[in-house]
Design a protein around this ligand. Sequence first.
Ligand SMILES: [Zn+2]
Length: 82
Amino acid sequence: MVVKVIRCPSCGEVIELTDMYEGMEIHCDLCGLVMIVRNNELLVLDTNEVYSIESLVYEEEKEEFEGEEFEEEEYYDYDYED
Ligand SMILES: [Zn+2]
């Protein structure tokens, strides 16, 4: 079961995590980046950079259709004078 889908902060590869726990190592298959789960952040081992997990979460086609139906048809009444 995939619990979280994130994007690699280095190459942007989508990484599916089937588990997530403190101290867990995450490897990016594409660029080989190794990250460690720490609180709600990911520590990149190579660079010691820290990314919040939420900022890396890959959201799949979130359905946001709200606001789409704003196209109200407005009828203007033109008074034709002749
Ligand atoms: Zn990567």
